[in-house]
Write a protein that binds this ligand. Structure first.
Ligand code: BGC
Length: 413
């Protein structure tokens, strides 16, 4: 018989002696991501737990979410799953997620987590997921040797990037590493919006969904910029995953990549020092803005008391400073727990932590659209469809795409 210990206030905690078993769904399957998950697995096993891995590959988690939906429909969800942003609210609304308030109260989450993290994890005032790390999405990764060799400076505006890209092309280097995947394209577009039009426009268009902003001269100009980058992507960009694109920047066949700092996990995994050979800069025009993506693990409502206890044990582990430091060092993100020492992190992570602080103070913190932090998954799907069709259709004008964006987003609202 497994042993359980009862803590104060009715909180059930698993005793370290029991062999708790959890099945955890996630999409952390690239080299860097897998090494980060390994940290959790190891610490879990060190507590005597059994880990049943349920990994579904595919950046951005679209495939993982589809698989998770079928498991939930079959009434056999895993005990825990990587679910984040607005998807959390969508699952919680269906009554499928476990309320974590008791645990949160016992662990004083209200004091240990920044406000924007707390609100992202809450549905109708109740916590429904455990935060594990904060990614900055609006980064530019660049190969320093390539720029030095060609006597070029990495761009700090989109106009500069557009101007220098032909010189890279002429030297036989792909200017922008990206795959033809709606999610990757959305990350690029989001950084263009923030860099060229600023976070006020971003809020009005993509958070408030103001119709006249969605179909506006500003939006048309942003879409034109987006399409103007089409000649600078890899020749064979269909099926190129985000981490293969990072690989192109690492080997110098591409000069730059616009990607969240999970790309940094690939550098660390390859033994590179992030910030040296491969440099990190805010995406062009994004210096003050921090577009955030919070990774979190939700627990499904389960009846089995042993599973419930295992969920609490896992949540406890995920919220320890030790785990959050080690996990995020490998993952490329920074801890979700506030105020942890950043001394052991690389220079890009330290920059990220400072930028987050400044963005919070200066009102430049924005939820990432592409990462599902800003709108419902339905609206996001509408945006990514429109953007990807537009990027791949040489005939479609920016005006047409802007009308489509407005129609599709408002219909999906
Ligand atoms: C997740 C990251 C992950 C990335 C690529 C994002 O949606 O939040 O944790 O590394 O997708 O797979």
């Amino acid at each position: 018989m497994k042993r359980l210990s009862l803590l104060c206030c009715g909180l059930l905690l698993a005793s370290p002696l029991m062999a708790a078993r959890v099945e955890v769904m996630h999409w952390w399957t690239s080299g860097g991501e897998a090494s980060a998950v390994e940290v959790i697995k190891q610490q879990w096993r060190a507590q005597g737990g059994q880990w049943q891995d349920f990994a579904v590959s595919g950046g951005g988690g679209k495939s993982a979410m589809a698989v998770l939906r079928s498991r939930a429909l079959a009434a056999t969800p895993p005990a825990a799953a990587q679910i984040k942003g607005s998807e959390l609210l969508e699952w919680a609304r269906l009554g499928l997620l476990r309320d974590l308030d008791e645990l949160a109260q016992n662990q004083r989450w209200d004091l240990r987590l920044p406000g924007f993290v707390r609100s992202t994890l809450s549905h109708q005032g109740h916590y429904v997921a455990v935060p594990i790390g904060i990614h900055r999405v609006n980064w530019l990764w660049f190969n320093r040797d390539v720029f030095t060799r060609l006597g070029l400076e990495p761009p700090s505006t989109w106009a500069q990037l557009q101007a220098l890209a032909p010189r890279l092309l002429a030297a036989g280097i792909t200017p922008l590493a990206i795959g033809n995947d709606p999610w990757q394209l959305a990350i690029l577009f989001e950084s263009i919006v923030l860099g060229d039009a600023g976070n006020e426009f971003f809020r009005r268009a993509f958070i408030n969904l103001e119709p006249d902003q969605l179909d506006s001269p500003t939006m048309v100009a942003l879409l034109q910029r987006f399409k103007a980058l089409r000649p600078f992507v890899p020749q064979h960009f269909g099926g190129l995953s985000w981490n293969q694109a990072t690989g192109m920047v690492m080997d110098g066949s591409a000069a730059m990549q616009l990607m969240g700092d999970w790309a940094k996990g690939e550098l660390t995994q390859a033994g590179l020092q992030p910030g040296s050979n491969i440099g990190c800069l805010p995406a062009p025009g994004n210096a003050e803005i921090f577009s955030y993506n919070i990774d979190s693990i939700a627990m499904f409502s389960v009846r089995d008391p042993e599973q419930q206890a295992a969920q609490v044990q896992l949540a406890n582990l995920l919220m320890t400073p030790e785990l959050q430091i080690l996990f995020n060092q490998k993952k490329g993100s920074i801890p979700a727990l506030a105020g942890l020492p950043m001394g052991q992190f690389d220079s890009c992570a330290r920059q990220s932590s400072q930028a987050l602080e400044q963005a919070q103070q200066g009102g430049h913190l924005v939820p990432s659209l592409a990462e599902g932090m800003a709108t419902s998954s339905y609206v996001l799907q509408a945006v990514t469809d429109v953007l990807s069709n537009f990027f791949n259709d040489p005939q479609q004008t920016a005006e047409q795409a802007s009308h489509r964006l407005r129609r599709a987003m408002l219909a999906a609202r």
